[in-house]
Design a protein around this ligand. Structure first.
Ligand SMILES: Cc1cc2nc3c(=O)[nH]c(=O)nc-3n(C[C@H](O)[C@H](O)[C@H](O)COP(=O)(O)OP(=O)(O)OC[C@H]3O[C@@H](n4cnc5c(N)ncnc54)[C@H](O)[C@@H]3O)c2cc1C
Ligand code: FES
Length: 290
């Protein structure tokens, strides 16, 4: 299948980007104690036929009577008929979705935002660094790399969580590590149970890999502190700031650059991001409370 290289496809509901389109939950996978992956299909097959997303984009997920939340698309862009959203329960919308099972209906608006720069990965080493739920918007990149393995050089995935029980996609992480096509390392802040892997912050894993700075592209997604620490650790390894990409979170409302809710300095995270080239936001990133 032709790889999905568009980084910003037109939103599927471009005629009315405010109007959620109904999707049916086909299946629910329990990832951990507070996170589930929902497999969704548009109720109207005609919408499913032309819906396409770029890796790293998000949808506004709508629960009638409750509200909306921005959620990244975590599935394979080469299989667009079934979409996955991996959702951690933190508040009213995510709690309402978590109560739903197969057959439930949720609305989607999107896809929105700028995705990961696939053209930059061609012929380069790739380091993917994720923390917690931050692996969700990066999973489509892993799928793309596995589907197009000869298009990049060495690929390293570094993933960190609080405990082994906090991991998402744990069976896939094992399969990716065993498959040998990417180097996969997982670390936890607190070892529990039979955990025998690395313990410590995910940025410390950079000491275990060899980075060919000039020819490496870095993709980062995690909590705010991780994004900051990760970006700086790769800059210290002399990776140019133009080759470091970070996906940011901000409270969203419209999702497509109209309301100003997600303002980040002079940028709107929903429209100019959520994936930013570090060199484009370095000044804003340096400000503690923006
Ligand atoms: C571009 C983008 C992509 C996102 N992708 C995902 C995704 O793939 N999966 C996912 O689960 N979430 C994702 N989020 C985060 C999600 O949009 C928020 O967590 C959202 O606020 C949840 O809505 P809610 O109504 O359930 O919680 P709210 O009612 O908005 O929040 C309830 C409480 O939880 C706190 N809270 C909100 N968000 C977080 C958080 N992230 N961490 C800790 N506490 C929080 C709030 O401060 C508040 O006290 C994404 C956000 C953005 C901007
Ligand atoms: S959410 Fe409205 S401008 Fe970004």
């Amino acid at each position: 299948m032709t790889p999905q290289l568009l980084e910003r496809p037109e939103p599927v509901c471009a005629l009315d980007a405010w109007m959620p389109l109904p999707t049916r939950i086909l299946d629910v996978h329990v990832e951990n104690f507070n996170t589930r992956t929902f497999e969704l299909q548009f109720v109207d097959p005609a919408v499913g036929d032309f819906y396409r997303f770029a890796l790293g984009q998000f949808n506004m997920v709508y629960v009638p009577g409750i509200g909306e939340a921005a959620i990244s698309i975590s599935s394979d862009a080469d299989k667009p008929r079934t979409l996955s959203h991996t959702i951690r329960v933190v508040g009213s919308v995510t709690r309402a979705i978590a109560r739903m099972g197969a057959g439930g209906i949720v609305g989607l608006r999107g896809p929105f935002g700028a995705g990961w720069p696939l053209h930059e990965l061609e012929g380069r080493d790739v380091v993917i660094m994720a923390g917690g739920i931050g692996l969700a918007p990066l999973r489509p990149v892993v799928y793309w790399i596995l589907n197009n393995r000869n298009r990049c050089r060495r690929v390293v995935l570094l993933y960190g969580c609080r405990t082994p029980e906090d991991r998402i996609f744990s069976r896939e992480l094992e399969a990716w590590a065993e498959g040998g096509q990417i180097d996969c390392m997982v670390t936890v802040d607190n070892a529990t149970g039979e955990w025998a892997g690395p313990v410590g912050v995910v940025t410390a894993l950079t000491r275990r890999i060899k980075v060919s700075a000039a020819n490496t592209v870095v993709l980062v997604c995690g909590p705010r502190m991780l994004n900051r620490a990760a970006a700086w650790s790769f800059l210290q390894l002399h990776v140019p700031p133009t080759q470091v990409y970070v996906s940011l979170e901000r409270n969203m409302n419209c999702g497509f650059g109209r309301c100003g809710h997600c303002q980040y300095g002079p940028k709107f995270v929903c429209r100019d991001g959520p994936v930013f080239r570090f060199s484009d936001i370095a000044d804003i990133f340096a400000v503690e409370e923006i």
